[in-house]
Design a protein around this ligand. Structure first.
Ligand SMILES: Nc1ncnc2c1ncn2[C@@H]1O[C@H](COP(=O)(O)OP(=O)(O)OP(=O)(O)O)[C@@H](O)[C@H]1O
Ligand SMILES: [Mg+2]
Length: 262
């Protein structure tokens, strides 16, 4: 396994946020992490790259527990695009993407052609080559998101963690970015709110609710009308898409009656 999470707990302020989570992601596969707001998706991603420390349980990358790795070891293999990533204002797109190379460079090692190649590939993959010299603070929301994804790709990770990477992206870029990630030779965990995108692009899906995994498997196994009703409180009609053969979900509405406020 490329990423394995075994019975992981994490609590803060006396509240258990990640409550006995176990999951495994084989090398090169894409796991979609879905669940309502506050269910623990971002917290779990932070634990996987050790921005937070587990209270109990074990997280391993390959055969090595992350507790036995240095920060530098982790940074060389795991790239993380946070849900609300920010960047200093007086920097260009190129400066931001070049930061992705930091874990691969020693304090005295000169910038080399492998660094250049990783940065230009990443800019090309997210379609931001023409904006290379533009200042970060002048970019649109979707362009900023794509630059953060490019920074992660420039890191040439073996594991890629993306927290709602389609935020701010128009539909074309949502499809392009997820299609890119799902075909890259990296192991990915992607927190997503769009269940149809999760079904289209993820090999497997894990559903978090109140810090626990309540379902895991292929989209077909997991994204049932019953589960969507139970976890999200929404009526849905699930069918197989004629275009890509995967689950396709039509949302019919909220299950709870809206109270009459008149
Ligand atoms: N440092 C913290 N202190 C207090 N509460 C926290 C902390 N970090 C997370 N939480 C709480 O843990 C819960 C899970 O948060 P998390 O950000 O992991 O949810 P999420 O599934 O990513 O939600 P969303 O879909 O809204 O991004 C939330 O109720 C949040 O308020
Ligand atoms: Mg989140």
């Amino acid at each position: 396994m490329s990423i394995s999470v075994s019975d992981v707990h994490w609590a803060t302020a006396g509240v258990m946020i990640v409550n006995g989570v176990s999951l495994e992601v084989p090398s090169g596969k894409t796991l979609g992490l879905i669940g309502p707001n506050g269910s623990g998706k971002s917290s779990l991603l932070r634990l996987i790259c050790r921005l937070r420390k587990v209270r109990s349980g074990v997280i391993a990358l390959g055969d090595t527990a992350i507790d036995a790795m240095t920060r530098h070891d982790i940074a060389r293999r795991v790239a993380f695009v946070e849900q609300q990533a920010t960047t200093e204002t007086q920097v260009t797109v190129l400066d931001v993407v070049r930061l992705g190379r930091t874990p691969h460079r020693g304090p005295w090692s000169p910038w080399n052609s492998a660094d250049d190649e990783a940065v230009s590939n990443a800019l090309r993959q997210v379609g931001m080559v023409e904006k290379t010299q533009q200042f970060w603070h002048t970019l649109s929301g979707g362009e900023r998101q794509r630059v953060h994804i490019a920074r992660a790709l420039a890191q040439t990770p073996s594991e890629l963690l993306l927290d709602e990477p389609t935020n701010h992206l128009d539909i074309q870029h949502q499809l392009e970015i997820l299609s890119l990630v799902s075909t890259l030779p990296v192991t990915s965990v992607i927190a997503l709110h769009d269940l149809n995108l999760a079904a289209m692009f993820c090999d497997r899906i894990a559903v978090l609710n109140h810090g626990r995994i309540v379902a895991a498997g292929t989209a077909e196994e997991v994204l049932t009308e019953g589960l969507i009703a139970e976890v999200f409180g929404v009526r849905a009609h699930v069918e197989r898409s004629p275009h890509h053969g995967r689950q396709h979900i039509h949302f019919l509405g909220c299950i709870l009656e809206v109270p009459d406020v008149r």
